[in-house]
Ligand binder design. Structure first.
Ligand code: SF4
Ligand code: SF4
Length: 435
């Protein structure tokens, strides 16, 4: 059979091809891995005793949005993980119902090998979508979610794969809010009994390495949050990093310990008490439904893909999609959160006082000291008015406070005219007289 090779990085063509190897669509990739150099010597990670880790993707009640988000990750990318080019991170052999090249029995064989303990390598389970209560479907002879079949036409429920594989997994990682907290399939009125992986496996569940379920929420999640967490866990497995810090709900603490609001690009508007009235306005969105002040999510700083996009970066309100209470506790999405009655009223009151003072200071900082000395602004773009008496008085006391205990105030101001601009320097004495 003709040998087909994976697309490879032109920069490291030979090295990548050597680590990943040829692809045979008709055999299970886990079997191909076994045929390579056995055990720890198997080609894979650049550093560390564990060269290869299998990742088994299971999909419950999902829209595949998490898969789409992860394929867009850049730091690290899925390609980085699959080619094993991150030092210390084992090469990941991904078994995914959507992206794998094998199909039919060859694909299912990978999962059977994991469930039967035949991989001769560690594996992690990645669960996307919520876990349905298959007992409800079984009452009418049906099923909710399944993959593969024991006998035609008897599909194997995804929950059966989870039951069989979770005890031997190095880690179970729930990706997306459906898998982490139940999400939309578990919302009010659902007929499936949908629940999270944590709810399904229970409080006592521990992976083969002693880890409870790791949760990377978001609907859809930030792809980088997931790949970074996987890389951190694999570094730990390989002895190259500490156990990543997780919070009490199993979220990567370094990614979810701050609120959207604390890193929001619109937080300055909130602090000054100016609020959007319509979608598309540039100000803080809290009065048109944003829950950012109470939601743990890093999309405002991380962006959606490659540090670009993200809800309020692009004009959207936060509807709390990373939170266990989503969606029921954040509905209806078009109403403002009740808490804003107090907080935005307080911000408005403070802002009414603070905004004019900041405006005065901003106007002063928008002037070269030379312009005050010469009493003109040589801009051809517009007429800049001179500060009035009130503004001068405010700024006089402002500067008094600013330079108290800081030595020579005049020296710090005079630099502007003597900074090599070629213009006539303003002396220290002049600067002192300017105001
Ligand atoms: S838009 Fe939302 S997250 Fe951003 S500052 Fe306003 S309330 Fe906070
Ligand atoms: S900002 Fe809110 S709605 Fe947007 S991803 Fe984060 S939690 Fe979800």
């Amino acid at each position: 059979m003709e040998e087909i090779r994976m697309p490879i990085s032109p920069a490291a063509k030979d090295a990548v091809a050597e680590r990943v190897g040829p692809i045979d669509f008709l055999t299970a990739s886990a079997e191909r891995e076994l045929l390579k150099v056995p055990g720890a010597d198997r080609e894979g990670a650049l550093l560390g005793p564990i060269k290869v880790v299998h990742a088994f993707w299971l999909a419950g009640m999902s829209c595949d949005g998490c898969t789409v988000a992860v394929t867009g990750a850049t730091a690290p990318s899925v390609e980085d993980l699959l080619t094993g080019r991150l030092p210390g991170v084992p090469r990941v052999v991904l078994h995914h119902p959507v992206t794998s090249v094998e199909s039919g029995h060859a694909f299912i064989r990978n999962y059977e090998m994991a469930a039967n303990g035949e991989l001769n390598a560690p594996y992690v389970i990645i669960f996307e979508g919520s876990v349905p209560d298959e007992r409800i479907a079984a009452e009418s002879g049906g099923y909710w979610c399944a993959m593969g079949s024991e006998t035609i036409p008897k599909p194997i429920p995804t929950t059966s794969w989870l039951d069989r594989m979770a005890p031997g997994a190095a880690a179970v990682i729930a990706i997306g809010t459906c898998a982490t907290w139940g999400g939309i399939p578990a919302a009010y009125g659902n007929p499936t009994g949908a629940m999270s992986v944590m709810d399904y496996l229970g409080k006592e569940y521990r992976s083969a390495l002693g880890l409870p379920v790791v949760n990377v929420p978001g609907c859809s999640p930030v792809g980088d949050n997931f790949t970074e967490t996987v890389a951190a866990v694999l570094l730990f497995l390989n002895g190259y990093g500490p156990l990543p810090e997780f919070d009490d709900l199993g979220r990567p603490a370094w990614l979810f310990n701050q609120t959207v609001h604390q890193r929001c690009v619109r937080a300055g508007f909130y602090e000054e008490g100016t609020f959007a009235e319509h979608y598309g306005d540039p100000e803080c969105l809290v009065e048109i439904g944003c829950w950012g002040p109470v939601v743990q999510c890093n999309i405002t700083s991380r962006g959606a893909i490659n540090h670009v996009g993200g809800c309020m970066n692009t004009g959207g309100i936060c509807i709390g999609c990373t939170m266990p209470g989503f969606p029921d506790r954040f509905a209806p999405f078009y109403k403002r959160p009740p808490g804003t009655i107090v907080s935005s009223a307080a911000a408005r009151a403070v802002g009414t006082f603070v905004r004019p003072l900041r405006r005065i200071t901003m106007d002063f900082q928008n002037r070269e000291p030379r312009w005050d000395h010469e009493q003109t602004v040589p801009s051809g773009w517009g007429n800049i008015p001179a500060p009035n008496a009130l503004e001068k008085t405010v700024h006089y006391f402002y500067e008094k406070m600013q330079f108290t205990g800081s030595g020579d105030r005049a020296a710090s101001q005079s630099g502007n005219g003597a900074n090599g601009s070629g213009a006539r320097p303003v002396g220290a004495g002049e600067a002192g007289e300017r105001r």
